[in-house]
Ligand binder design. Sequence first.
Ligand code: TMP
Length: 207
Amino acid sequence: MTAKFITVEGGEGGGKSTNIAFIKDYLEKAGKTVVVTREPGGTPIGEKIRELLLDKDNTDISAQTELLLMFAARAQHIERVINPALAAGKWVVSDRFTDASYAYQGAGRSIPAERIAVLEKFVVGELRPHLTILLDVPTEIGLQRVSERGEHDRFEFESDAFFRKVRDAYHLRARQDKERFRIIDATLSLEVVQIKIEQALEQLCQS
Ligand code: TMP
């Protein structure tokens, strides 16, 4: 059976980290070799790009620059981590991928989706996740959770309106690709969230 590519998406405060650890554990128990990675980041150069993107002191990054940096990190990530891992039969679990660019730079920063699609074609080619888990949380609740964390990155200073647009964009993408997406209500208890994740993984492991 071929290795699968799983992405986890959502706005801020959806519990991605905890649930990615759960996914890794589940897959390893099912006998898979798992690579957990993230965007922006996942490679040494990608992590440097991430620092530029998340540094709250970089207050003057244009929307286009932000988009191109996301895709520069992604190019390195795909070539050096994702494709080699999948080719070696390893399952890849990425904390965010291209859907985030459509949601944040597309909806959030008002860059036309068609322009992002050009970059997607150029950088990502035909690669698509087999499963995308969207940890969905109402904007106010997500931002409340983030504010309790203390330190904030550059994105976390954006307005409620920005994050509402991001959330709507994720919903739209999920509606357009029902096969790939599983929307999970991240306001439910962790136990219930993880039962739902388990169901999605079970199905993927059988496919
Ligand atoms: P994280 O906080 O989930 O690690 O993600 C870092 C931030 O980067 C998050 O606010 C979302 C943002 N982001 C984009 O704006 N576009 C992208 O393509 C990716 C991958 C992340």
